[in-house]
Design a protein around this ligand. Structure first.
Ligand code: C2E
Ligand code: MG
Ligand code: MG
Ligand code: MG
Length: 282
């Protein structure tokens, strides 16, 4: 009772909330162990020109949990982002991707393939971000021009000046930048021209109902037209059907990514896929 009088928090003690807090703490502890116990894995989702040429893949992290199986990033990245853990995860993903890029340079047929890496807000905000990327490139020997970093609108808008500076410093090394989930954020178009971007990725929510919702067709056409005028390449995300792909190609979209071309999969599967002619390429 003495304790209860000291602060409101204890008066409103809620066992359900305590359970949630415990679970979160447990998840964080497990994740820290996962990172040091080789339980994180990268899956690769192919990215392709609309003419069928495979240009590379996006790296998507998964957690190979000993009990829970393969855990998707949506279930642990947000938790990691609330702590410093995301920095270690981000570093691991970057290193793994760059090592792969370096390895590919020794393999005929794979040399020249690009990899895209998702960067988290906290990682990008770090003072040492540019240095971190440059160091990993140097340590692994990965060609910088084959590395694309994916940022989101909110990350850039959080501090535009700082973002521009960091992007420029990496851009002169050859690293390229894509704006991920484009169209879902604040969409202040004014800043777009001041960013050293290479690519816009149209969010899958606009692709899903192409041909069914005229408004979505209009949005996609507008993004593609704008990208063209700004000299940016356009990738459509979440392309699942041949109809969607054909529509996008007709609108002038440059690249696409999605289940039609392939689900994110382990490296071996991606490499197998690269050997065989693409059924959906025609
Ligand atoms: P994202 O970067 O926008 O990645 C695209 C997501 O869409 C992936 O989900 C991918 O599996 C899914 N997807 C791809 N094609 C299709 C399709 O045709 N249909 C549908 N319905 N979905 C498709 P995933 O792998 O669960 O990743 C979710 C998000 O987690 C990613 O969104 C990204 O924001 C984040 N993420 C993944 N890996 C990393 C990472 O290494 N670091 C950070 N910071 N975030 C990551
Ligand atoms: Mg992405
Ligand atoms: Mg996306
Ligand atoms: Mg996303």
């Amino acid at each position: 009772q003495a304790k209860a009088q000291r602060g409101n928090a204890l008066c409103f003690f809620d066992p359900e909330m305590q359970t949630a807090i415990n679970e979160r703490a447990q998840l964080e502890a497990d994740l820290r162990q996962a990172l040091h116990g080789d339980q994180l894995v990268l899956h690769y989702q192919p990215q392709c020109r609309v003419n069928g040429e495979v240009v590379g893949a996006e790296c998507l992290v998964r957690w190979q949990h000993p009990q829970r199986g393969l855990v998707p990033p949506g279930q642990f990245i947000p938790v990691a982002e609330d702590s410093e853990l995301i920095l270690d995860i981000g570093q691991w993903v970057l290193q793994t991707a760059c090592r792969q890029l370096a390895t590919w340079q020794q393999q005929p047929g794979c040399a020249g393939l690009k990899l895209s890496v998702n960067v988290s807000a906290r990682q990008f905000r770090q003072t040492g971000f540019v240095h971190q990327v440059v160091e990993v490139l140097q340590a692994t020997g990965a060609p910088a021009h084959l590395l694309t970093l994916e940022l989101t609108e909110s990350m850039v808008l959080d501090n535009v000046q700082d973002a521009i500076e960091k992007m420029h410093q990496l851009r002169i090394k050859g690293v390229q930048f894509a704006l991920d989930d484009f169209g879902t954020g604040y969409s202040s178009l004014a800043y777009l021209t001041s960013l050293p971007l290479h690519m816009l990725k149209i969010d899958q929510s606009f692709v899903r109902h192409l041909g069914e919702r005229p408004a979505d067709d209009a949005i996609v056409q507008t993004i593609i037209g704008m990208g063209r005028n700004l000299n940016l390449e356009i990738t459509a995300e979440g392309v699942e059907t041949q109809e969607q792909k054909d529509t996008l190609a007709g609108y002038g979209c440059d690249l696409y990514q999605g289940y039609l071309l392939g689900r994110p999969a382990p490296l071996e599967l991606l490499q197998e896929r690269l050997q065989e002619p693409l059924a959906s390429a025609a």
